[in-house]
Design a protein around this ligand. Sequence first.
Ligand SMILES: *Cc1c(COP(=O)(O)O)cnc(C)c1O
Length: 411
Amino acid sequence: MKNPAITLEDRYCAHNYQPLPVVLSSGQGIWLRDQDGKRYMDMMSAYSAVSFGHSHPALVAALTKQAGQLAVTSRAFYTDQLGPFLQLLCEMTGMPKALPMNSGAEAVETAIKAARKWGYKVKGIADQSAEIIVCRGNFAGRTTTIVGFSSEPQYRDGFGPFAGGFVSVPFGDADALEKAITPNTAAFLVEPIQGEAGIIVPPEGYLKKCREICDRHNVLLICDEVQTGLGRTGRLLASEHDGIKPDGLILGKALGGGLLAVSAFLAREDLMAVFAPGDHGSTFGGNPLAAAVGQAALRLLRDEKLADTAQRLGERMLAGLRAIQHPAIRAIRGRGLLIGMDLDPAVITAREFCERLMQQGILTKDTHDTVVRFAPPLIITADEIDAALTTIRHVFETLSTAVPLTEKSYA
Ligand SMILES: *Cc1c(COP(=O)(O)O)cnc(C)c1O
């Protein structure tokens, strides 16, 4: 008999996801529990939103305290929470100004609006002709404008017509970026590591070259660090690996401490200055509850040096995965605790692998059919990483018996 929670969700919820058949009811740190009390290690962190682990006491305290004090006012008024939150956010990221939103997609839309308006009012691009260059394989959310510049057919199919003004170039190819720039180019929007595309790490120095090219052509460099930011890749921002600073920065996911949807678009002064009162907004964006939790999340990230943990344990996990010898493994990619294991679907699909991991007490999600993602909360310990590696090795061992190596090599 099917679990009643699954039956209900399937009956009433739109089928825009295909969840693994586990019904979660509590979470603590890196651990999740299902209805029967079975424990699972979270190797997915809600697509990196839960970088601090589940129900972190400091974050729950900030949330409950602020919820009992003042939660939502709209930005029609000042609050005592927004200023301190954005001050900390700007100081930590080195960006002078921030515009708070809720979901990552909203912050990306904010970046697009800022870039276009900057293109017209500052750079002097002719009205209605601003172009934004994006990369193939990008993921920036699910609004119609954003899926309109996706290269993934399923994200687009049936949802057009789409907004114009976007030009795609291959990810990791700085020369292609330079060739695509025209006098109408306002911005280049890029993920330092493509997350949803399968944890694609660009060639060494790619962002640095992009920075130089954008400077040379007066084009804004906007980094979408919704997934890679806030310590995930071993630095506060993934763009720091290349020693560069973007003109615009998009953060989300972990910014809400895994408790709320909190995002922000950050920018240099003259870029953010294009927004005047009434140009843009959000009912919930920057609300005191979000600001209090966001501020607590940033403090935790800074005080607990979680980026350093991601760097150190990411190396341990990458080395451990690379040491596994199995014909199903095509590649192990990643940086910090954002890791992808690319599998040969002729041996096993990433989805099947995730189902087997689930049976062994690890939860994660495939991306793009062939890639298993490993992105645990950044509060994970070395022993827990080693335990996960043991389980992953065990799943491969059971595979070898189900699919004899000889059979595969002669297939
Ligand atoms: C998840 C993600 C987004 C969208 O965030 P939502 O909160 O789902 O709207 C944008 N950009 C990147 C790189 C992401 O990974």
